[in-house]
Design a protein. Structure first.
Length: 297
């Protein structure tokens, strides 16, 4: 496992005609893996979703903006959810964290088998408008990167190159990261062809990180432009839940008076589990009765 700090850097290539975001999310994913005790294949799948969410989150402008990415496939993992602000501070979970599958035909962790080949990506951006933006796109492979490239074209009308990679060993996450490349309208066909060739020659993102390439080296390698310009750096994604007993009390209030009265009468207490961080919150009879009293007011 690497000790290098996680980082996301925004670049411009070809004199500002191509936007590039590169991310190293190794420690971010290791924190998520430890929080949920993910199996290796779930770590690989969740790491890809976590990385693309972190990359998309830094595109948001305001600290109050919220991004939620949900993937629901027909594979054994069930659904995966990641939410983020623009710092980005992320949290997330999957329905079935312990799924184990044989390696795929290439001898790699079978991410598409775990996610499933049929299903959808659901992206919700709450960016201060009257209604949140909701984009839904079908899964095309379950490999996540291809699915998001398809999402960007169909839901956000932008051509994109997306790469996401995770290397897992017995100790945990060896490397994880990804990149998103978006040509601007004034990018030429020749420049786009150069990028396509460079991406093909660069190889896997997780391998480049494992070989200790810096994000700037990776940006140069995947664009074929030695003069990439850094436009924002020192962005450090963190995996952290913002749950609290107050939030959980608010959640209990939403189940309604009858349900709450039933819990008080039958159990005299309640234990609420946060899916995002596995923290348990216990409520006594007195605390439940106080919530009930507020509902009656």
């Amino acid at each position: 496992m690497t000790n290098k700090a996680d980082k996301i850097i925004k670049f411009l290539a070809y004199n500002g005609k191509v936007s590039v975001i590169c991310a190293n999310t190794t420690n971010l994913l290791e924190e998520a893996r430890k929080t949920h005790d993910f199996s290796p294949v779930v770590t690989a799948a969740f790491g890809r979703i976590l990385t693309i969410t972190a990359i998309m989150a830094i595109e948001m402008k305001n600290s109050k903006d919220r991004l939620t990415v949900q993937i629901k496939g027909n594979g054994p993992i069930g659904s995966a959810v990641v939410t983020a602000n623009n710092f980005p501070m992320l949290k997330g979970y999957v329905s079935e964290p312990k799924v184990d599958l044989p390696l795929n035909e290439f001898g790699k962790l079978d991410v598409s088998g775990a996610i499933g080949y049929e299903g959808y990506i659901n992206v919700i951006k709450d960016i201060g408008l009257k209604k949140p933006y909701i984009g839904i796109s079908p899964l095309v492979s379950g490999e996540i990167a291809e699915d998001f490239a398809n999402y960007f074209v169909n839901s956000e009308q932008r051509q994109s190159a997306v790469a996401l990679g995770v290397l897992v060993n017995k100790e945990g996450v060896k490397s994880a990261g990804g990149y998103l490349i978006n040509p601007m309208p004034d990018a030429t066909e020749e420049e786009i062809s150069k990028i396509e060739k460079a991406i093909f020659e660069a190889g896997a993102m997780s391998k480049m990180l494992d070989n200790n390439l810096s994000l700037e080296d990776i940006a140069k390698k995947i664009t074929g432009d030695e003069n990439v310009e850094i436009i924002e750096e020192n962005i450090t994604p963190i995996f952290k839940c913002d749950c609290s007993k107050e939030h959980m009390a608010d959640g209990l209030a939403t189940i309604g008076k009858e349900e709450l009265e039933d819990i008080i009468e039958k159990d005299g207490k309640a234990e609420i589990l946060c899916h995002f961080c596995n923290k348990k919150y216990n409520f006594t009879r007195e605390e439940l009765e106080k919530i009930l009293l507020q509902l009656k007011d």
